[in-house]
Design a protein around this ligand. Structure first.
Ligand SMILES: [N-]=[N+]=N[C@]1([C@H](N)O)O[C@H](CO)[C@@H](O)[C@H](O)[C@H]1O
Length: 797
């Protein structure tokens, strides 16, 4: 690893002190930790800004094709350490802060997470921006500058309680307000035809104001822009008359009304919100982004036919699907192009990524809401649908249905490429939700299996593992992750494996110390750390995991001296506030953990912990310390998963189903290094058709029956015995996600995990092989796929 020089540390110290004085207006004696963090952030931002300007200049000079990534979510997390790591200045910063008698880890951890996303979709967008910069692709991310990101999660008596997230209520070092980049947008109103042209006259207006955050890539060779839009009142003017009349609320109402659009992130993951404000948010950021994109294009090119050659816009799910009709409106209504040419140009620009097949997640807006909010766009969608019908007279699919606008179909018809996020998911798109459209457009669907950035998810969160890898194969792996395979010959070297093992053990000890300090939980770092961290959702089956824990607890109680493998089951994850069944699963896990952890007979063999307020920073703390990664979704339901990739790269073994990217992880790491269980997607469909499939499973597995009984009879809620009867009844009844039918095989696989973990050398060899063979899951590889198959754009470094 390129060690920073004392000069670097000295220069860094100078830069920190400069910003402490002139940016924070503080001297060292009176500076708070936040002041030191901001001063360091400004020092890093200076370094990034130079590279940022150089990248932007090069893009303009090259008249390069730009990639625009439109996403309602960017789950960024913290940016200070990411900047230091990508600029290779972390050591210099640590030395400088230490010399200034500051605790570097505490200063860096003082930064709030930018939690502008719900889960995988939002984090993927953040990993993609970092990879786009690392590869030197001229690109911009466009999203919303929510005042409140994903809610804070606290537990009160085991129940999830949500409180507003407040990242912007403290100074934010990374953004630049762009006063000149403002766009006036409209809603509602009516459409009239004048001189043969449709003219939309909105009756509500709002201004989108841009805030830019630089996103630097590995080694600081390139930096792109993340432009987030904030909603401002159309007329800046403060209503002084109302104020003077004492109507203080009235006086501020216009501003409050406007700000509502970018006030808060909708906390639903894979479920559509379906609220008017949500559609307003979707149009707000999409329209502002398209105006900004067209302004930039027009400033560089005067031949509109060049648009698809110079502009690639990727729709991160259907949330920005209005981009199709809006681009057609701009090209046809404003620029006067013929309608069909406008559609063709727009299609040449747009790519659409589908992230889920869950019916409740596919956005369908009511015609009424659409007409009220976007009357002109509804007309344009109807014309797009008619044009598609004319081009495909035998089609058995439409964008419009009576009273409904289907955003998935609209996105598909308006995109030149549509992709899924894992091989299995893309295959299922062709045989389920998009079967007919795939028949009509056989070469439109392509696969782009997800990936994660190794800079944040290995080098930054697991520096000691990164050190060992670089000491073994050099540091080329950080920009070419598939070179991790060069580690393989070393795995049979006992010395090397001891180092690898010691790193995992040290990470576990560090996590154990943190859990003791922050949550008063005592765990033995020698035990197996079995981790399931992701949003709470029935298809992700956290309830299957806790059911297995309950059965294991019962079995250990029966036979404490049977030589059990000590295990710590760690859960973390938020449930959408309105998803009550998921919130009850959280409460059950907390109630069960209290009973199991307090049981003197069993708690040296099994503990269950649910850590509150899961976010990017907590994931960075947990993943390097995991032995076992739980990826146990009902096959066919998890489009990809990305946590699964982060765990494998950090030397955790996966217990999982053949779902999403688990399939490709198992192919890459080898079936012998993966604990597979459960039905395949096809078997799931077949099993679901059997009446009483859950009862059948329970009848053949007394262990399952007993565990369900414990949930039903109040074992974990003695003060309210029936508290979890509905969960037990669901698992034993309809059981749509086949918890009961997959239980027996899950139990078998978990016991195989126990046996394997007892042979630590063998386990660590399997773990090291997971690290060595997971390089393909880099988001750099994914972005190279999009560049080749979807965007046809070049890199400039
Ligand atoms: N929405 N959505 N979809 C998801 C995730 N929940 O955010 O997108 C993620 C990113 O593509 C996928 O990994 C995950 O399987 C899928 O469920």
């Amino acid at each position: 690893m390129l060690k920073s020089t004392p000069a670097d540390a000295r220069a860094m110290r100078e830069a920190i002190l400069h910003h402490l004085t002139y940016s924070m207006g503080k001297d060292a004696a009176h500076a708070t930790r936040q002041d030191w963090r901001m001063a360091l952030s400004h020092a890093v931002r200076d370094q990034i800004t130079d590279r940022w300007f150089a990248s932007t200049r090069k893009s303009y000079e090259a008249k390069a094709k730009r990639v625009y990534y439109l996403s309602m979510e960017f789950l960024i997390g913290r940016l200070l350490e990411d900047g230091l790591v990508n600029l290779r200045m972390l050591d210099a910063a640590n030395e400088a802060l230490t010399a200034l008698e500051q605790d570097p880890a505490a200063v860096i951890a003082d930064e709030p997470d930018a939690a502008l996303g719900n889960g995988g979709l939002g984090r993927l967008a953040a990993c993609f921006l970092e990879s786009l910069s690392t590869l030197g692709v001229p690109a911009l991310g466009y999203g919303i500058r929510y005042e409140h990101g994903l809610f804070e999660q606290k537990f009160e008596y085991g129940r999830q309680v949500e409180t507003p997230e407040t990242w912007l209520q403290q100074p934010h070092a990374w953004e630049f307000e762009r006063a000149e980049a403002k766009y006036r947008l409209g809603f509602g109103g009516s459409v009239a035809v004048r001189d043969g042209r449709s003219v939309w006259t909105p009756d509500e207006a709002v201004v989108a104001a841009a805030y830019d955050t630089p996103v630097v890539g590995w080694q600081g060779r390139w930096a792109n822009t993340l432009r987030l839009w904030s909603a401002k009142p159309a007329n800046e003017s403060f209503d002084l008359d109302s104020f003077n009349a004492g109507d203080y609320i009235g006086a501020t109402a216009p501003e409050a009304q406007a700000r509502t659009i970018s006030r808060v992130l909708y906390p639903d993951d894979t479920t559509e919100a379906g609220k008017v404000l949500r559609l307003k948010q979707e149009y707000f950021f999409t329209a502002a982004s398209l105006h900004d994109i067209m302004r930039r294009f027009d400033s560089e090119h005067d031949d509109i036919a060049l648009l698809p050659k110079k502009v690639a816009v990727q729709l991160n799910d259907t949330h920005p699907a209005i981009a199709g009709p809006e681009l057609v409106r701009i090209l046809h209504d404003e620029k006067g192009l013929p309608f069909d040419q406008a559609i063709d140009l727009a299609r040449g620009v747009l790519g659409y990524t589908n992230h889920t097949l869950l019916p409740e997640a596919l956005e369908r807006w009511s015609e009424d809401i659409f007409h009220r909010l976007l009357p002109r766009h509804l007309q344009i969608i109807d014309r797009i649908d008619d044009a598609h019908a004319k081009a495909h007279p035998d089609r058995k699919v439409t964008i419009r249905e009576p009273g409904t606008v289907k955003m998935g179909e609209l996105s598909f018809v308006m995109a030149h490429r549509v992709n899924g996020v894992s091989a299995l998911h893309t295959g299922l798109m062709k045989t389920t939700v998009f079967k007919e459209l795939d028949r009509l457009h056989p070469d439109r669907i392509v696969n782009q299996t997800n990936g994660v950035t190794p800079r944040r998810w290995m080098l930054s969160c697991n520096p000691s593992l990164a050190e060992l890898i670089t000491a073994t194969i050099g540091d080329g792996w950080l920009s070419d992750l598939e070179r991790l395979t060069e580690l393989e010959p070393n795995i049979s070297d006992p010395e090397w494996l001891r180092s690898f093992t010691a790193i995992k053990r040290a990470n576990k000890a560090e996590l154990a110390a943190w859990m003791a300090a922050e949550h008063g939980v005592q765990v033995d770092p020698a035990a197996m750390f079995d981790v399931q961290i992701k949003r709470l959702h029935e298809y992700k089956r956290q309830h299957l995991n806790i059911l297995e824990a309950i059965a294991l607890w019962q079995e250990i109680r029966d036979n404490p001296d049977a030589g059990w493998t000590p295990r710590i089951k760690i859960f973390a994850g938020k449930a959408a506030p309105g998803y009550f069944f998921a919130k009850d699963i959280i409460r059950l896990i907390n109630d069960a953990s209290r009973v199991i952890n307090d049981d003197p007979v069993t708690n040296k063999y099994l503990k269950v912990i649910f850590l509150p307020n899961y976010n990017v920073s907590l994931a960075e703390r947990l993943i390097p310390a995991a032995d076992l990664s739980e990826q146990i979704s009902t096959a066919g339901k998890e489009a990809s998963g990305t946590g699964n990739m982060k765990f494998a790269l950090n030397g955790a073994l996966t217990i999982g189903t053949l779902d999403g990217a688990n399939v490709e992880i198992r192919e890459h790491v080898g079936p012998e290094n993966f604990f597979l269980f459960g039905m395949t997607a096809e078997e799931v469909e077949a099993r679901r058709r059997i009446d009483g499939h859950a009862a059948q499973a329970i009848a053949t597995d007394p262990r399952l029956a007993r565990a369900i009984d414990a949930v039903r009879n109040g074992t974990f809620s003695p003060t309210e015995p029936g508290r979890y009867a509905h969960i037990a009844n669901n698992i034993a009844g309809a059981d749509y996600f086949l918890v009961s039918s997959d239980f027996t095989d899950y139990w078998r696989a978990q016991r195989a995990v126990d046996a394997a973990f007892r042979d630590q050398d063998q386990w660590m060899r399997m773990a090291a092989l997971n690290t060595a063979r997971s390089g393909w899951f880099s988001s750099d590889r994914t972005i190279r796929g999009y560049l080749r198959d979807v965007w046809e754009a070049e890199t400039l470094v």
